[in-house]
Design a protein around this ligand. Structure first.
Ligand code: F6R
Length: 250
């Protein structure tokens, strides 16, 4: 596991976008795994800026998002489909049929999960972008999730609903369930970038770096992946960050 310390949120986002450009420019038929939430929005803005400047092609790019709330339609401004369209897809020339997000309105959720996992397997994810939940979740894999899990339905932790209530009018409006790629689905990615920004993630990042690999802290599994880079800003790493030569390669 490598750690890159960014000066601030802007630099973290810039560094992440550069890694993504690198894949878009150098991998034929590249597949990206994408996250939503507050952390990656500026990274996506850098992708949009790059497209506007360089007319970057997206015809060879396929994307898979980590998760989607159950019960929200794609037109709901809190659905992750809406988020992705708003923050990225509507501003770059990616064919919409090449962008995949679980269908939170599927009649048969189990079937939806199985079909999603199959599609991921057919493509293979070259680079997965992750954010970090304060409780250690990645995707919506809450503490206690089996490390062998594929795409599945989850009950969101109270702390996750509380953290995400800032995007809704009230806590009651935050869905209680979601579909998420599983831990195994995420770990199949060839490369993973974990973005961590802001003081409120300090405790979670410290536990990730110093703690055991344990299902009670889902992100800890990343220590067992051969190609993970954490890009974290000063607010979360503190002054010591850059000198930490963490290398948990197994
Ligand atoms: C989002 C996702 C979540 C978030 C995490 C951090 O698709 O899967 O794991 O990455 O909850 O969210 P923010 O970035 O809002 O702090």
């Amino acid at each position: 596991m490598k750690i890159i310390k960014a000066k601030n949120y802007t630099e973290m986002s810039q560094l992440a976008s550069e890694r993504i450009f690198d894949k878009i420019k150098n991998v034929a038929n590249v597949t990206l795994g994408l996250a939503t939430g507050g952390t990656p929005t500026r990274t996506y803005q850098y992708l949009i800026d790059d497209y506007e400047k360089n007319n970057t092609s997206y015809s060879h790019v396929t994307t898979f998002n980590l998760d989607e709330y159950i019960g929200l339609s794609p037109n709901d401004s809190n659905s992750y489909r809406y988020y992705m369209d708003k923050h990225l897809f509507n501003h770059i020339p990616i064919p919409k049929e090449q962008t995949h997000i679980p269908n939170g309105l599927a009649k048969d959720l189990q079937l939806e999960c199985e079909a999603y996992e199959k599609k991921i397997d057919n493509h293979g994810i070259d680079l997965q972008i992750l954010g970090l939940g304060s409780n250690g979740h990645i995707g919506f894999n809450e503490p206690g999730t089996n490390f062998d899990s594929n795409t599945h339905v989850v009950n969101l932790a109270d702390s996750t609903r509380e953290a995400n209530a800032r995007f809704f009018n009230s806590l009651e409006e935050v869905p209680t369930k979601a579909i998420t790629m599983g831990i195994r689905s995420i770990m199949k990615s060839k490369e993973i970038i974990l973005l961590v920004s802001g003081e409120r993630k300090k405790e979670a990042l410290t536990r990730l770096l110093d703690g055991e690999v344990d299902e009670s802290f889902p992100a800890s599994i990343l220590k067992q992946h051969p190609n993970v880079t954490i890009i974290a800003d000063k607010a979360v790493l503190g002054e010591k960050g850059v000198s930490l030569a963490y290398n948990y390669a197994n």
